[in-house]
Structure formats: structure tokens, C-alpha cells
Design a protein around this ligand. Sequence first.
Ligand code: G
Ligand code: G
Ligand code: MN
Length: 418
Amino acid sequence: MKWANGRVLILDDDATIGRGISLLAEHLEVDAISVCHPNDFFATIDQWNPTHIILDLVMPEMDGVEVLQLLAGNGCVSRIAISSSMGQRILNATKQSAAEHGLDVVCVLPKPLTMKSLKEFLFSPIDLSVATVAQNRSETVITKVDLLDAIARREFCLVFQPKIHCKTRDLVGFEVLVRWEHPSKGLIMPDHFIPLSERLGLIGLITDQIVEQALNWYARTAAVHGLSVSINVSAKTLGDIDFADWLDDMCQKAGIPNDVIVLEVTETAAVVNQLSALDMFTRLRLKGFQVSIDDFGIGNSSLAMLARLPFSEIKVDKSFAMKAGSNEECRAIIRSTVSLGHGLNLTVVAEGVEDEATLNFLSEIGCELAQGYHIARPMPGGSILDWMAQRDCACTKCEIEKDSTMLRMSGEIAIPAP
Ligand code: G
Ligand code: G
Ligand code: MN
């Protein structure tokens, strides 16, 4: 080992290209080994533990996608770049599939490789948020006893993410997202315990607590503004025919009109349970609740299902808006979903809006509502009124809120903090 800047392993069936990249890497004071065969590649990974990998996509023995699958299966933590002369669309698809397998694919390096792009890859900063999440995932082992304790101790808490009108930018409501505040493991995200709770038959108890908290928060904070509140409902809840009555009862007790409640169901969940979904959605709609199809565009829904089930809203999966700025295909999917939604008389919401340009695009194509980090990250219930007061929005609801906060801050009137 000559250099301290890391170790890059290159797999390319063309030895000349491999050697060329090695030379460039060594020039950047990074150790490099290039191999032409997948067997040598995996043997070198075991022995040499590279920090970086550069992978050719098209090879005679095994294509790059198969290599990436094997790397994912072996729990590879090296930073990976895919290098190829294939079109950008195929490269992006490969990068996406690798990321979904949990691999750290930093970039796509078009061939021929330049010193500049190689340098950017080898010295790109590590995304700590990704590293930390991955670490948490492997460390957080949750058992049934943990979940039962959490339910008994009511350890679930909620955060709220605003939904706005694309054109007017008016606030229209919030989506409720659950978090688990574990006394020793820290904050646990829903992906880590919702699927398990469903398998263990505990999701009903958890949903009850979430709904109770959400309605309480709504009655205290959002009701006066006439906003909506969206609650995620698990696939399992669809099979529970009493849910509609129970929710109706809860809303009545809290003095909340049913039509401000939006129940978000994932597309896949609705497909799996089509029969019970039809019964339950119909009952929910008859009682005045709104029903939204969540993460639309990534599951296995059929268009017939959209027409058959009485949805009131479509939420376009966040992956499309997140990439809309750079990807024409994503923009095309959003455009088509908006027109599909309108054809079926549904409100369309785009999730994952991360910049102003995307919000403008959505507004231009007539998408009604938007949600995403550009508008606000999910926040605790106690922060909502301040957020509403501080955001630069001229709608009447927010103006009223701004006035009361300014007065509270200036001490002129004693309005109790939420
Ligand atoms: O908030 P976050 O991105 O971590 O949510 C991840 C996933 O967990 C989302 O798909 C969301 O639908 C789901 N989720 C969040 N809150 C709830 C909840 O209260 N109930 C159910 N069933 N799913 C939730
Ligand atoms: O599947 P569901 O739509 O319920 O998931 C919503 C999740 O998406 C929330 O947990 C939220 O944290 C996440 N989310 C919301 N807006 C954005 C965004 O703009 N970018 C990204 N990456 N995630 C977002
Ligand atoms: Mn949702």
C-alpha cells in the first residue's frame, strides 16, 4: 500500500481501460487495482477491502447489475461508481436499483473517464445521513416485547408535515407521521416498526393511539384554521370493518368534522386487499372521510383499481417530484398522473417537493397540492403554530396567526403558547 487516500478497485473487461483508470487514480495518490473478471474482482474485495469500486456495466461473463446484486448480498460498504458508455437512462436505472439494494452508489462516470470526474468520485464527501441511517438499521433489533411495551407506555409520538396549494401556496393541511421514542434505542422511524407491527397483529393498537393523538392535536391546533389532517392507514386496517365506525365515533367525541380527515393508504396495500378495500373505502366515504392513494406510481396498481375504488385524492410518489428537476421521464409521469387524476375527479398531491422550480412546474401543470422538504420537513405538533406564523404566506389564516405570535413575542398580550 503506497498511499493513504484509499483503495480503488476497478472491474472492466477491457484491461486497457482498467489500467488507464488505475494510473489516473495513482496520480491522485489513491491505491488502485484493476481486474477483468468477476471472480478476481470478488476475491480482491475479500482480501483488499477497497474503499471505492468502479464498475463497468457491460461485460461478457456477468453484467454490472448481477455484480451489484452480489455486492449487496455480501453487505458491501465500499463507495461505488458505475462507469459505462450506455445511455443516461439505463445508467440512472442501474444506479437507482443499486441504491434500493442498500449500496452506496455515489455516481455514474461516463466513459471515457476524465481526471476531474474520477477525482470527484474518489474525494466526494460521505453522506453522513445515509451512513447513520444504515447503521441504525442494523443496530435496531425490535422484538414483540419491545412493541408491546411501547404500546403500554404510549411511546409513539407524531410529527406533522404541511401540505400546501401549489398555485396560491396557501397551507391546506398536514400529514401525520409516527415516530417511536424508545427510552434507550432513541428515535425509531416507522419503516423499522410498522411492517413488523403488521406481521405481529399489533398495528391496530398502534393505529388507535396515532389516531387519538392526531385528533387531539388537530382539535387544539389546526381545527380553527379549517385545515385537513392526513393519517396513514396500514393495509391491515383495511380488513377491519369496524374501523370506519370507530373513527366516526372518535371524530364526533373530539368535535371534528369527518371531511377534514384524509386516510392515506398505500397503493400496494389497496391492491392486495381489493375486496376489503372496496367495502371499507365505501363506508369511509359514506361517512364523509376522504381517502387518498399514497405513493402512487411505484406499486402494482392497475388503472381499473383507481376507477373502481372511491378515492378522493392521489399522492404521486415522492421519487418523481424529487427527480423532476433533472429527469424528463419523472416530469412526464407527474404530468400524466395529474391528468389521470383530474379525469377521475381526484385531487392530485405531489410529495417530495424539494425545490422551488419543482413547485412552479407543479403549479403550471395544474397539480393542486404539494408536500416536501422545500415547504417544510415534518415537525413536532408544538412547532406548527410558530411555523405557520413565520412562513412567508399572505393567506388570511396565516396572517391571523402571524399577528397573534408577534403580539405574544412582544409581550403585548398574554396568549398561551400552544
Ligand atoms: O416518516 P417517514 O418517511 O419515515 O415514513 C416512512 C413510511 O412510514 C411512509 O411510507 C409512511 O407512509 C409510513 N408511516 C408513517 N407514519 C405512519 C403511521 O402513522 N401509520 C402507518 N401505518 N404508516 C406510517
Ligand atoms: O409513504 P409516505 O408518503 O407516507 O411517506 C412520507 C415520508 O416522506 C415522510 O416520512 C417524510 O419524511 C418523507 N418526505 C416528505 N417530504 C420529503 C421530501 O421532500 N424529500 C424526501 N426525501 N422525503 C420526504
Ligand atoms: Mn403518506
